[in-house]
Write a protein that binds this ligand. Structure first.
Ligand SMILES: *Cc1c(COP(=O)(O)O)cnc(C)c1O
Length: 361
C-alpha cells in the first residue's frame, strides 16, 4: 500500500493531519455549530426558482465578479459598505485561504491566540504561512495590551482574531482590534463567523473599516443563516484588499448555482435569521443548566458553549454518541463544546448528560 510518505509531497505537508470533525449522522447533531433549524419553506421555493433560472444559462461561465451577490451582501452588512468592499468564496474557509495566499505564504507569518478556530492553522499550513501563537488572558479574553505585546514580539504579516472566538465563545473588544491595528504594519483579520449571535452592544469590526485599509472582516452564511451546505463566506475590506484577492482566486470560483442560492437567501434575510433569538435562548439555557450540573460553562456570544470540569471528556463524548447525540471533543483537557440546537435537541442533550454517573462526568 502506498502511503503519503512514499509520495513526492511538499516537505512541509509531511506528518500533518487534515480537518476531521466526525461527520456522524445521528439523531441530535450538535458538534459543528451549524444552525440546526432548516431553511424556511418559502425561502426554499424562491431559491429553487432562482436556481432554475440560472440553469438556463449554465452552459456559460458564471459572473466572475459575482456582482449581484456582492451587492446583496453589501446591503445586508450596511455600515456604508459598497460592492467594491465585498469579496466572497465557497465558505469563509476559502475566504481565509485567499487572504493568506495574498498576504501570507512562504517566508511570511500569521499570529493567532489559541485556543481558536481549528481551521486557521490548517489553512496557514496549506498556504505555507508560518503559524505563530500568543497567550490569551484569564477567561480567554485578549486585552489591548496583550494583543500589542504579542504583535511587538512577533511582528507578524497577518494577525488573526476570532470574534466571538471558537471554541470558547469569548468576545474580542473593538479596543483590542484597533490597538492591534495600530501596532502592526501587517493585515488584521477578524473572523466574525458568529457575530449575529452576539449582543449588539459588542459591536462589529465593520464599524472600524473606514480609514483602516489593512483591516479585513470576514463573515459566513454557514451559521446564523442556516446555509452551511451552500458554502458561502464573505468579507468586507478596502477595495484594494479585494483587488489583491483577485490575484489569487481561481477564475469563476463561485458557481452560478451558489450565487443564485445565496442571492435568494439574502432576499429573505429576516426569515433566514428568524431562529437566531431562539438559538441564543438555548445557548443561555445551556450555560445555566450545565453550571447547575456542576460543570464550568463559559459565557458565550456565539451559538455554542464550551464547558469545563468534565472528568473524562472522551468518555462523555462516546456515551452521548452511543445515545445518538454528537457534541464536540476539542481535545482540550476536561472540556467539551456543544452547539445550541432547537429547544428539543438542547433538552435531549441536557437530559442525557445529567443522567451520566457523577463519576463519568
Ligand atoms: C464555522 C466557522 C467558520 C465558517 O466556515 P465556512 O467555511 O464559512 O463554513 C468560519 N470561522 C469560524 C471561526 C467558524 O467557527
Amino acid at each position: 500500500m502506498t502511503s503519503l510518505s512514499d509520495l513526492p509531497i511538499r516537505d512541509d505537508l509531511r506528518g500533518l493531519t487534515p480537518y476531521g470533525a466526525p461527520q456522524a449522522h445521528v439523531r441530535v447533531e450538535l458538534n459543528v455549530n451549524e444552525n440546526t433549524h432548516p431553511v424556511p419553506q418559502q425561502v426554499i421555493a424562491e431559491i429553487m426558482s432562482r436556481i432554475a433560472q440560472a440553469l438556463t444559462t449554465i452552459n456559460r461561465y458564471p459572473d466572475r465578479e459575482f456582482t449581484e451577490l456582492r451587492a446583496s451582501l453589501a446591503q445586508y452588512l450596511g455600515h456604508g459598505l459598497e460592492i467594491e468592499n465585498i469579496w466572497a468564496a465557497n465558505g469563509s474557509n476559502e475566504v481565509i485561504q485567499h487572504v493568506l495566499q495574498a498576504f501570507g505564504g512562504p517566508g511570511r507569518s500569521v499570529l493567532a491566540f489559541p485556543p481558536t478556530y481549528s481551521m486557521h492553522p490548517i489553512i496557514a499550513a496549506a498556504t505555507g504561512t508560518q503559524w505563530l501563537t500568543a497567550e490569551r488572558d484569564e477567561g480567554f479574553y485578549i486585552s489591548p495590551e496583550t494583543a500589542v505585546a504579542a504583535i511587538r514580539a512577533h511582528t507578524p504579516d497577518v494577525t488573526f482574531f476570532c470574534a466571538p472566538n471558537n471554541p470558547t465563545g469569548t468576545p474580542v473588544s473593538l479596543e483590542t482590534i484597533t490597538a492591534a491595528y495600530d501596532a502592526t504594519k501587517g493585515i488584521v483579520f477578524v473572523d466574525e463567523a458568529y457575530v449575529e449571535f452576539a449582543p449588539t452592544s459588542h459591536g462589529t469590526a465593520l464599524s472600524l473599516l473606514q480609514g483602516r485599509p489593512r483591516l479585513i472582516v470576514s463573515r459566513t452564511m454557514s451559521k446564523a443563516f442556516a446555509f452551511a451546505g451552500a458554502r458561502v463566506g464573505y468579507l468586507a475590506a478596502d477595495p484594494a484588499v479585494v483587488d489583491a484577492l483577485r490575484l489569487v482566486r481561481l477564475p469563476y470560483h463561485l458557481s452560478a448555482l451558489t450565487q443564485a442560492a445565496a442571492i435568494g437567501a439574502l432576499a429573505h434575510t429576516p426569515a433566514m435569521l428568524a431562529m437566531v433569538d431562539d438559538i441564543k435562548t438555548q445557548r443561555d439555557r445551556l450555560v445555566h443548566e450545565l453550571a447547575v450540573l456542576g460543570f464550568t460553562p463559559y459565557e458565550s456570544s456565539a451559538n455554542f458553549v464550551l464547558f469545563g470540569n468534565v472528568a473524562d471528556p472522551h468518555a462523555v463524548f462516546e456515551k452521548l454518541l452511543s445515545q445518538g447525540i454528537i457534541i464536540r471533543d476539542i481535545w482540550m483537557p476536561h472540556h467539551l463544546r456543544v452547539t445550541a440546537g432547537t429547544q428539543a435537541e438542547t433538552t435531549e442533550f441536557l437530559t442525557a448528560i445529567a443522567a451520566l454517573d457523577a463519576a463519568q462526568r
